[in-house]
Design a protein around this ligand. Structure first.
Ligand SMILES: [Zn+2]
Length: 267
């Protein structure tokens, strides 16, 4: 599933490519993705406007239009946005200069919204702090940890506390911070919170620099894979030796997801 580094990689390039372009046509082959409004005709009628900005909130991509509406896209498991693309696209945006954006989605969990206000999308209103923003400080993290009484793994995955982190990066972050995924948030000490904070920043920044991780189906808007998967040190590394101690990386289950951790150095 594309997480913050992948969605942000798409956003940055998309913005530079489609800013100020006018949407001329909106072609839909599979309307399962249109969550609000559900009618293809309403989308086609209202989307023909100029692109004012492309922003991101958590894992949501937001194309702001000059008519005041916003195209909000969540790629979920296997959504892909490709600049150009072919006829196999599920959704296609055609601009007045004939350039196109194509949307593909094998597992069809992706979501598209065309709304006036983000508040019309319940999940979007609940999003917590963006961990790449300057406003995300050690104090902010510390307060969020105090507010929730849960395991470190579940805390980092919960979009209501911190937005944009998913299963790949939560494993990499906790390993980097040498913190057990099972640790209770309220029992994490001040020096560990500081380390966790720097691990969140470091892993997300490195992943952004590598243009994200292509583990499953993620591709950037040129159709190229991200390179951060080559730098994964714990995600998917079950049975390999830990880089810091003599133990082997273990795979476990938590909240019905596979987790990867070192039983030796993650306490
Ligand atoms: Zn270890």
């Amino acid at each position: 599933m594309p997480e913050l580094p992948e969605v942000e990689t798409i956003r940055r390039e998309l913005r530079s490519l489609i800013l100020n372009k006018k949407i001329k046509d909106f072609q839909v082959k599979d309307s399962i993705f249109l969550k609000k409004p559900k009618s293809k005709a309403v989308w086609r009628k209202n989307i023909t406007s100029k692109v004012k900005d492309v922003t991101r909130q958590g894992k949501f991509l937001i194309i702001q239009l000059s008519n005041g509406l916003k195209v909000v896209i969540h790629l979920r498991m296997t959504g892909q946005i490709i600049y150009g693309g072919d006829d196999g696209a599920k959704i296609k945006i055609v601009f007045s200069d004939s350039s196109t954006l194509s949307y593909y989605d094998k597992r069809r969990f992706g979501e598209w919204y065309l709304v006036k206000n983000e508040k019309e999308i319940p999940l979007l209103c609940l999003l917590g702090a963006d961990p790449t923003e300057e406003s995300f400080t050690i104090d902010v993290l510390s307060n969020l940890l105090q507010k929730r009484n849960t395991k470190a793994y579940d805390f980092l995955l919960d979009q209501r506390s911190i937005s944009g982190i998913g299963n790949i990066y939560v494993n990499e972050i906790l390993y980097n911070a040498k913190l057990s995924p099972f640790r209770k948030t309220r029992e994490i000490k001040a020096d560990e919170i500081e380390q966790l904070y720097y691990s969140i920043r470091e892993i997300l920044n490195k992943a952004l620099k590598a243009r994200g991780s292509s583990v499953d189906t993620y591709l950037d808007i040129w159709g190229n894979p991200g390179k951060y998967a080559y730098q994964h040190v714990v995600y998917g590394k079950e049975g390999e030796f830990c880089a810091y101690c003599p133990n082997k990386i273990m795979r476990g289950k938590l909240s019905s997801r596979s987790i990867y951790f070192c039983p030796g150095c993650q306490q």
